[in-house]
Design a protein around this ligand. Structure first.
Ligand SMILES: [Zn+2]
Length: 341
């Protein structure tokens, strides 16, 4: 994908193109922004633009360097990966044993140090992308500091992080920071419909559930996510009690996601009752059903249901038995009975 094809992040792209145009793209960069907003895509596209044989401010996506970079086969483009799930409340450099497998250890940085001092094998510029840079161990971060101070002119280092608060301040201060923001929901919905030709219900739901993160939306677009979402709502709200067993209870993150989907259903019920515009519904694909069911709930019913959801989400943090939690929630909602004619 070229800069021209990336439908989000106009501002970071303009800044980077400005640097290339004025030959000021030197040293080290830090791209910050939530997971799925497009940091890595822009970093890879930048690596292509810098090595492209056909274009000067973008990638052509058809020359040998562009194709090699796209496939991850270019010897001068290095991507160092970390995991996306470190503890958010840790101090910089502080980590637990459980997170060790996620960390970017000093060996990676030692290798980077060797590679960065070699001439490019075949490209014009070597690019080192360190993904999830907040996962650098203290030792690795210290080693990297020295390299960030004076990277060779034919090299570029790009750190990516959704949690820059976990990075050492000394690392941040040696990089030019470029901030990436999620797209406004309506804008993402339009892009998904216009440029990716998604059905309007699907585009609407993805724009809502991905909170403006286009990368996440594009990852989910080929999964039948509407059916998945609806089966969670149905599993919990249809008459037969055993159906709720279909909700996966093994993974607490799944349960949390499922509870949020269910809470969205009742939120929509509330919005439709107060006459909010349909465009504000998360479950726009089930608008007719919501219109039909809204009379079965008083505002007080919905108020109690919301309370029940917030306490369930809170209990979930405290290791309560998940099956019991779901069963209690179902009792509170008494929704099965409401579905009976
Ligand atoms: Zn090219």
């Amino acid at each position: 994908m070229s800069f021209q094809d990336i439908k989000a992040q106009d501002k970071p792209i303009q800044i980077l193109k400005g640097y290339i145009k004025h030959s000021r793209l030197t040293g080290s960069y830090l791209f910050t922004g939530e997971e799925g907003v497009g940091k890595k895509l822009v970093a890879k596209t930048l690596a292509k633009a810098l090595n492209c044989e056909g274009q000067t401010l973008d990638s052509c996506d058809s020359c040998v360097p562009c194709l090699k970079i796209e496939k991850g086969q270019h010897p001068d483009i290095h991507i160092i990966e970390g995991s996306v799930s470190p503890g958010v409340n840790l101090e910089p450099g502080q980590r637990t044993a459980a997170q060790d497998s996620d960390s970017i250890k000093i060996e990676y940085i030692r290798q980077l140090q060797k590679d960065i001092n070699l001439k490019p094998y075949e490209g014009k510029k070597k690019v080192f992308i360190i993904d999830n840079a907040h996962n650098l161990t203290a030792e690795a971060a210290n080693a990297l500091l020295k390299i960030l101070e004076e990277p060779p002119g034919d090299s570029l280092i790009i750190l990516l992080s959704a949690k820059p608060v976990l990075l050492f301040k000394t690392i941040i201060s040696r990089c030019k920071t470029i901030k990436f923001y999620p797209l406004p929901r309506i804008e993402l919905e339009e892009i998904l419909k216009k440029d990716f030709h998604l059905d309007s219900n699907l585009a609407h739901y993805l724009a809502y559930s991905c909170e403006g993160r286009i990368g996440r939306a594009l990852k989910l677009k080929d999964i039948d996510i509407l059916r998945e979402k609806n089966s969670i709502i149905d599993a919990f709200t249809l008459v037969r009690r055993s159906d709720s067993d279909r909700l996966s209870v093994e993974n607490r993150n799944n349960v949390r996601a499922h509870l949020n989907i269910l809470a969205g259903w009742f939120r929509d019920m509330y919005l439709i009752k107060i006459g909010a515009p349909y465009s504000e519904l998360i479950n726009l694909d089930r608008k007719e059903e919501l219109l039909r069911l809204m009379h079965r709930y008083t505002f007080m019913d919905l108020y109690e249901i919301f309370n029940s959801f917030s306490s369930s989400l809170l209990y979930l943090e405290h290791n309560i038995n998940v099956k019991l939690l779901l069963s209690n929630l179902r009792e509170d909602i008494s929704y099965g009975a409401l579905y009976r004619k």
